[in-house]
Design a protein around this ligand. Structure first.
Ligand SMILES: NC(=O)C1=CN([C@@H]2O[C@H](COP(=O)(O)OP(=O)(O)OC[C@H]3O[C@@H](n4cnc5c(N)ncnc54)[C@H](O)[C@@H]3O)[C@@H](O)[C@H]2O)[C@@H](O)CC1
Ligand SMILES: Nc1ncnc2c1ncn2[C@@H]1O[C@H](COP(=O)(O)OP(=O)(O)O)[C@@H](O)[C@H]1O
Ligand SMILES: [K+]
Length: 672
């Protein structure tokens, strides 16, 4: 799990370090530039590099990178876009060297100027960072388009120029980077499309903004990605029984849409619910009894295969003794459905997840949410959300985090806005982005699976925000596994259901105490969560921008100094050292799963970074196959060499080659 900052929060952190911690801005910029330089050096030996610089601090980073590259033998040209006399502050300090020597920079104002430049091996995009405030136009637009046409490595500093750090939106046009190097904290725009795709491989480097500033703790947005080690569940206690894992009441399906109920019920069971009770109209019950034998079923009153108003009394009666409700998949539409859904919300005090036709039933009747008795999770895709909130889909996607957070706060619900990046927002202004799932899930029925998983977790006693986040993670990871096994084109939602168990099994760790309700752990591992909306104060500078008083800060420093021995803190610091994280590139390369092996290998020979996990696995598999003869050959040589050794020499050699003791990871408790 990673904390994401907005541009405003990042600026506030920056100011804290400069004004309070007295780290000069130039030092931060130098550290940032070294991070970018390391990223380039890891990819390319000294070669020709053009650094496109704007006139703000992003450009300042660019000048510093250019200087470091020059000092390390790269052939560098700085391309200044905009008026050099606008360069000020730290950026001007870093520009000074180029201004003086004149030899390594040029100011470009039009396309002809760019086209007259020689081709380079690497282009660095240091035009705009978090300060982007309006769509790119003029020379900036031309330069972004020019960079996108280059057949060379493009490295963006902080965020691809033209991408909004807040929303991931393209403002006018935007650079498509192969690598983006950002500083200390990723930004929301790195994880929302189209920003996620434009960022390429994301690297996060430390620049000296460390502990001591509480703004990152106040951040309300965080992200989970595939295989995130922080996402875990506790073990089931050995002496538990089905009653320990809750009872889910599911109301789903109608004539012709029994499948939605089947997927939802199966997913809930796979997510661990102790008992799933499916309430539906007659035809659906018949199907459920055959396909989901583990569920108990009740027939509800219907009219032409869709719930009748009278069904509401039966549903409310059935809800007694249950621990959660899932309602909506495949319910169909009509006044009766609206009444059933409204009454469940207003009269049943259990936590509930509402999806699909449950959401359609709510659209236009949002006042019902003001009367809600139990906590509510809504799981719309953008179109369903548009029907709910009245904003157009386009408007929602302009700033989906804001749209989700605003709605959740206004109606006091947890909102799951589904998509290629799914956003979970709670009523306090917190949001979690989940970069899991696969285009293989873009197939009818995937949403029903998610509803079942969330319902199953709710039934087991998970808090609504946790159930929503964990549910999206599990369904997304199960979808990714299904895509690996069955292919992105062919996988079905039922395949996703099949792999839920594998995903959950990988998430179960021994070290979470099972005393969280019903043995479903994870609480303390979930993101830091604000209980009150927080505002980051930007003005006035220098005085109480940050809440802690001088006296508090001095006290805290003194306490920290006396609390730890230097050796212990150094050791801890090493342990806590955050590695540079690398987010796999997304979207760019569209490779069909059925592509012949050789074409696939050739396509990625120079750039082994296919778009999806499934594609990466496939590539790794093929590369491994390619390598095999070599390994066999080496193994044979080694055996022959070993034959010539005495036994003692052989034992010593093996000892030398043994890896040092590695710490043991969490293991599952053995039963029996
Ligand atoms: N915040 C931090 O902690 C650090 C920030 N650093 C760098 O500083 C950057 C932010 O610097 P700035 O705040 O100066 O912002 P930028 O360098 O991103 O750009 C701001 C300048 O561009 C202008 N501008 C914005 N959009 C424009 C458009 N479409 N067309 C023309 N002009 C436009 C603005 O008016 C402003 O003058 C970060 O992205 C990062 O690269 C680093 O130096 C390291 C430390
Ligand atoms: N390109 C994608 N990448 C990741 N996840 C996706 C993608 N497309 C769809 N999904 C996921 O699949 C599910 C689809 O839900 P939904 O649109 O409600 O489907 P349906 O109503 O047909 O069941 C959501 O959880 C969504 O996040
Ligand atoms: K940039």
């Amino acid at each position: 799990m990673r904390t994401l900052l907005t541009s405003q929060q990042m600026k506030a952190v920056d100011r804290y370090m400069i004004e309070r911690m007295k780290i000069p801005g130039l030092v931060l910029m130098e550290n940032a530039a070294h991070g970018v330089y390391e990223a380039i050096r890891a990819e390319m030996e000294p070669c020709s590099v053009q650094v496109f610089c704007g006139t703000g601090n992003n450009g300042g980073d660019g000048f510093a990178v250019a200087r470091i590259l020059l000092a390390n033998g790269y052939d560098v040209k700085v391309v200044v876009l905009g008026n050099p006399s606008d360069i000020s502050g730290d950026a001007a300090e870093n520009f000074a060297f180029f201004k003086e020597t004149r030899e390594f920079y040029t100011v470009i104002t039009n396309r002809e100027g760019l086209e007259a430049l020689p081709e380079a091996d690497v282009y660095v995009d240091a035009v705009f960072g978090t300060g982007l405030s309006r769509p790119l136009d003029g020379i900036y637009r031309i330069a972004a388009e020019f960079l996108n046409e280059r057949d060379a490595l493009v490295v963006s500093i902080d965020i691809p120029s033209g991408i909004s750090a807040q929303t991931g939106a393209v403002l006018g046009t935007a650079v498509r980077a192969d690598i983006t190097v950002t500083f200390q904290y990723p930004k929301i725009g790195h994880f929302l499309y189209p920003g996620r795709e434009h960022s390429g491989e994301l690297q996060v480097v430390k620049i000296g903004i460390d502990d001591g500033c509480d703004i990152p703790l106040q951040a309300a947005v965080c992200v989970y990605e595939s295989d995130d080690p922080d996402m875990c569940l506790g073990q089931r206690p050995l002496d538990s029984n089905k009653g320990s894992y809750g009872r889910l009441l599911m109301i789903a399906g109608s004539y012709g849409m029994a499948g939605a109920a089947v997927l939802c019920a199966r997913a809930a069971s796979r997510a661990g619910a102790g008992l799933v009770t499916a309430a539906a109209c007659g035809d659906v019950v018949d199907v459920l009894q055959h396909t989901v034998p583990e569920a108990t079923c009740f027939e509800l009153a219907d009219e032409n295969g869709v719930l009748a108003k009278e069904a509401a009394d039966m549903v409310l009666k059935l809800s007694q003794g249950k621990t959660a409700v899932a309602v909506g998949p495949g319910l169909g539409r009509g006044e009766a459905v609206e009444e059933v859904v409204s009454r469940i919300i207003a009269e049943c005090d259990l936590p509930k997840v509402i999806d699909a036709d449950g959401l359609n039933a709510l659209a236009g009747h949002l006042e019902v949410l003001e009367e809600k008795k139990g906590e509510v999770i809504l799981t719309p895709h953008p179109k369903e959300f548009s029907r709910l909130c009245g904003l157009s889909v386009g408007k929602i996607l302009e700033d989906p985090v804001k749209a989700a957070v605003d709605f959740a706060a206004e109606y006091g619900v947890t909102l799951v806005l589904k998509g290629s990046t799914t956003i979970v927002a709670d009523q306090f202004g917190n949001a979690t982005l989940l970069c899991v799932g696969t285009p293989g899930m873009a197939k009818g029925g995937s949403g029903d699976v998610l509803t079942g998983v969330i319902g199953g977790l709710l039934a087991q006693g998970k808090d609504v925000y946790e159930a929503a986040i964990t549910g999206v993670y599990i369904a997304g990871m199960a979808g990714e596994t299904a895509a690996e096994q069955e292919g992105e084109y062919s996988m079905t939602p039922m395949d996703t259901v099949r792999y839920i168990g594998k995903v959950i099994d990988d998430m179960v760790v021994e070290y979470i105490s099972a005393d969280t309700i019903h043995g479903c752990g994870g609480g303390e591992y979930m993101p830091h969560r604000l209980q009150q909306p927080t505002e980051i104060v930007m003005e006035p500078i220098g005085t109480p921008v940050f809440q802690a008083s001088e006296a508090d800060a001095a006290e805290k420093m003194e306490a920290e100094e006396t609390a730890e021995s230097p050796a212990a803190s150094a050791e801890e610091a090493m342990e806590e050292e955050e590695p540079t994280i690398v987010v796999p590139p997304v979207g760019e390369a569209e490779v069909q799963p059925d592509e012949p092996a050789m074409d696939f290998l050739e396509k990625y020979a120079d750039d082994p970074k296919p778009a999806t996990r499934a594609q990466r696995r496939r590539l790794e598999g093929l590369q491994e196959k390619e390598r095999r003869p070599f390994f066999r050959h080496r193994a044979k040589e080694e055996t022959e060499a070993a034959d010539d050794m005495t036994e003692e020499e052989l034992v010593n050699k093996v000892r030398e080659e043994l890896p040092p003791d590695t710490p043991k990871g969490p293991t599952r408790r053995k039963i029996g």
